[in-house]
Design a protein around this ligand. Structure first.
Ligand SMILES: C[S@@+](CC[C@H](N)C(=O)[O-])C[C@H]1O[C@@H](n2cnc3c(N)ncnc32)[C@H](O)[C@@H]1O
Length: 215
């Protein structure tokens, strides 16, 4: 997501500082302690401008949401949305979600969302895909047994790659659809990219992959 640097970004980030976890490794052993109330934790990687996490948090007050975003120019927009709504069940981690690979957490998240991540289509870049085995190993560290990865993309090649990657990793797949908006899936929350792609007539691919803890 290319964007011009946001005006007064640092001041705007500062005014949302209560929503930001600057050093997630402070919670290295207890990721759920990011929120003191012990509710189930769902994580989004690459929240972009935050439309998805905002709507999910509004609909599901009994769930806590932790969103990772490495582009600070979009992160600030996401944080401002949550601040303006006064929601207390969302926090943000600025930076690359790869840091989750350093967690040794005893408490775990129950769900992970990856929406419209970069397909890294060029030859030799597959390892950068957020659904590559390299990342699945990281997600396994922070997801409880039976924890779910919910994945959406507009990119057919990435979707095919991801289904194979999930399957090779021993994950159980369910609710696979090749056209989400014309499927019987209920309760879909659209992301900013999803709105753009569907307006262009692109089908949206979606699946859920379950970490069974039996590998
Ligand atoms: C194509 S955008 C999609 C944004 C949003 N999920 C949506 O569907 O509208 C992908 C976003 O993921 C972020 N991102 C990609 N890899 C990331 C990583 N490893 N850690 C944190 N954020 C990441 C990018 O900065 C970008 O904002």
């Amino acid at each position: 997501m290319r964007m011009r640097r946001k005006k007064h970004r640092e001041e705007r980030m500062e005014s949302c500082s209560s929503l930001m976890i600057k050093d997630i490794l402070e919670y290295k052993n207890d990721i759920k302690a990011v929120f003191p109330d012990g509710k189930p934790l769902h994580i989004e990687i690459g929240c972009g401008k935050g439309g998805f996490i905002l709507e999910m948090a509004k609909r599901n007050k009994g769930t806590n949401y932790l969103a990772f975003e490495k582009n600070l120019d979009v992160l600030v927009l996401a944080m401002e949305k949550i601040k303006n709504e006064g929601l207390t069940n969302v926090k943000f981690v600025p930076g690359n979600a790869e840091i989750l690979g350093e967690m040794e957490t005893a408490t775990k998240a129950s769900r992970l969302y990856i929406n419209f991540c970069d397909p890294w289509s060029k030859q030799g870049y597959k390892k950068r895909r957020l659904t590559h085995e390299r990342y699945l190993t990281i997600y396994e560290r922070i997801l409880e047994e039976g924890g779910e990865l919910h994945f959406k993309t507009d990119n057919r090649g990435l979707f095919e790659f991801s289904l194979n990657s999930f399957s090779d990793f021993g994950l159980k797949l369910k609710n696979i659809t090749l056209d989400l908006h014309n499927s019987d899936f209920e309760g879909n929350v659209m992301t900013e990219y999803e709105k753009l792609f569907s307006e262009q007539g692109q089908p949206i691919y979606r699946c859920e992959a379950i970490f069974r803890g039996t590998r």
